[in-house]
Design a protein around this ligand. Structure first.
Ligand code: KG4
Ligand code: ZN
Length: 341
């Protein structure tokens, strides 16, 4: 790893291509997002019921230059105004990550500016530093995305201690799998949330796994319980409402997340909880956390909606603080699909 000392960085060009969103942002001083463009590939992957890695990489290549051009137009800056390029180098799909990293390395080399490799999970957490009033250290972070469900103690900038993770499916993954089983489409989160709005969350009592076991999660048992119950109802020709299934499933996920996140805060005597990751785009979840946290005197932080699901704005924010706190940058980036926090 090569660290290089830097002069002032004001404007960062950030690139995120870890999965099925091509995103380019320009972030000023770590908290002013001049442009945050996201080109989603959902419509294409929907035909396959999930992300097809090969197609994802190809589509990142197709969109990259266009998005960079657009970001500069929108921000009214040029490449000459940029002092660093930030890029996600993991975790994620290898081919997808490579597209972003090659683009970032090329721009940085051409313009002789700094290159900052960012961990995608750090990006999700730092989306909260785009809030007008960001959290203060120490805080507990709950990452809930399509690939991760983790409770993390954050002592100071880039000092993470994982308290617990999921033993099987991630929370977002369970939304996607249930939606797939119910033949609702992909990605499952937003579709299930919409259906849940008009359903009853008391119609079914689905299990919450590992309620009493520390800070770890498990969502595969919940998934199996939903599948078994619906299969039974269908077999016995008992009618049910999909909306009720969605609402009851969603409640089971939200309740266990809240229970464990608040426990982590209380056990560590920390009164700030920082939520992040695609699942936090769920308004029902946001409201439920807000309510439960305020009841026990915990301040809850959630990123602005545009910065919950994958986006380059959060990568630019994390890069700003990486630079600022480490007084140097990682310029020798190698993609790492299995990178941990
Ligand atoms: O953070 P993200 O964009 O990508 C990863 O890093 O994985 O998260 C994507 C996940 C998907 O599983 C998607 O179903 C879920 O976030 N998601 C939601 C909602 N919007 C996206 N889950 C529940 N409710 C939502 N509104
Ligand atoms: Zn993500």
């Amino acid at each position: 790893m090569i660290f290089k000392t830097l002069t002032m960085i004001k404007n960062i060009l950030a690139i995120e291509t870890s999965c099925d969103e091509t995103s380019v942002a320009i972030v000023q001083n770590g908290n002013k997002v001049l442009s945050n463009l996201i080109s989603s590939q959902i419509k294409v992957h929907q035909n396959y019921g999930g992300v097809v890695p090969e197609i994802a990489s190809r589509m990142h290549v197709e969109k990259m230059n266009l998005l960079i051009e657009k970001a500069f137009l929108e921000s009214k800056l040029t490449l000459n105004d940029i002092q660093a390029v930030a890029v996600t180098y993991g975790p994620g799909l290898e081919g997808s990550l490579l597209v972003g990293v090659v683009a970032a390395k090329t721009i940085a080399a051409l313009k002789k500016i700094s290159l900052i490799g960012v961990n995608h999970l750090h990006g999700h957490i730092y989306a909260n530093f785009l809030l007008p009033k960001p959290p203060k250290f120490p805080f507990i972070a709950l990452i809930v995305s399509g690939g991760h469900t983790q409770l993390v103690l954050v002592q100071k900038h880039f000092q993470f201690k994982v308290l617990g993770s999921t033993r099987d499916d991630a929370a977002g993954e369970s939304f996607d799998k249930i939606a797939r089983f119910l033949e609702l489409g992909y990605p499952g989160g937003p579709i299930i949330e919409k259906k849940a709005h008009i359903g009853s969350d008391k119609a079914f009592k689905f299990p919450q796994a590992m309620k009493k076991i520390g800070y770890e999660f498990s969502f595969s048992g919940l998934k199996t319980a939903v599948i078994q119950e619906i299969t039974r109802l269908k077999k016995e020709k008992i009618s049910f409402k999909i909306e009720d299934v969605c609402a009851s499933f969603q409640k089971a996920v939200i309740d266990i997340l809240i229970l464990k996140a608040i426990k982590a805060c209380q056990d560590h005597h920390i009164n700030q909880l920082v939520l992040c990751g695609g699942v936090t785009a769920n308004q029902t979840l946001r409201n439920a956390f807000e309510k439960s946290c305020s009841e026990v005197g915990i301040q809850c932080f959630v990123p602005p909606l545009d910065f919950c699901t994958d986006n380059a704005g959060m990568i630019g924010a994390a890069a700003h603080y990486m630079y600022k706190t480490k007084k140097g940058i990682n310029s020798n980036i190698k993609v790492n699909p299995n990178l941990e926090i």
